[in-house]
Design a protein around this ligand. Sequence first.
Ligand code: BGC
Length: 284
Amino acid sequence: MTCALPSLRTPPTVPSVSGDDDARCLGVDIGGTTIKYAVVDPVRGTTVGPVRRVPTPAPATPAAVVAVLRGVLEKLEGAPQRGGPVAGVGVGVPAIIDHGIARSAAHLDDSWIGADARELLATGLGREVAVLNDADAAGLAEVRFGAARDADGTVLVITLGTGIGSALFLDGELIPNSEFGHVWLDGRDVDGWAGASARMEEALDWPTYTDRLQRYLSHLERLISPDLIVLGGGISERHQEFLPHLRLRARVAPAQLRNAAGIVGAGRQAHLGVVRADRLLGVR
Ligand code: BGC
């Protein structure tokens, strides 16, 4: 079975196709310090088995990252998966991914910039790979399976981690590479100011951190008037500390897939490619 990269504008709903129910894909979420991955059930939107972690190589050049992922895939293929073999691979990257080409590289080696990430991964892993921005991957999972499930209108998913990622949806359709983590506020890029790592590095108490979030999200609200804001990333585990104190016009909800959203979204995107390729080939 092959896996072709679908358009990120593919509606997140795939009609049920017989045989899909047992599909398994590998979902990978590349971060600055850790690469997280799991086998994903892309139909139910869950991980199958544990989320595993390997250190991101340093420097995180494309070749070094591909080598790590090749090792991951070889290990998985050597061990039978519950529900069958891994049919597709999806990778979320902390970078603008413009038709497969990386146009930025946050917390990765600069040699990613301008590289054909889709081609590099496909060649290195010996199969087609769905590649997308990590926050877009998390957003797709939340819209399809989580806090923004069935939400119409403008939905903004913000991931608060080492950096700040964003995924913007209109009536369930992703507008890729929104990069709202890099808006400027008071003369600074919010990415290093309102992310979860800023809270840790500056040892901010929750009220101070919540105040930063409030200012950041109010600014975004002024720019795009979202109907729903979903807050994700590792910090969403502690949403009780800040979410009830935010005052915004939009509805605000914690991510439901928490830290696994990026993995599930990447696996799901790989699956959409599988389904599409099979249909085009007339297999189903
Ligand atoms: C990057 C985004 C990424 C986010 C979360 C930001 O610094 O610019 O592309 O989605 O971090 O990893």
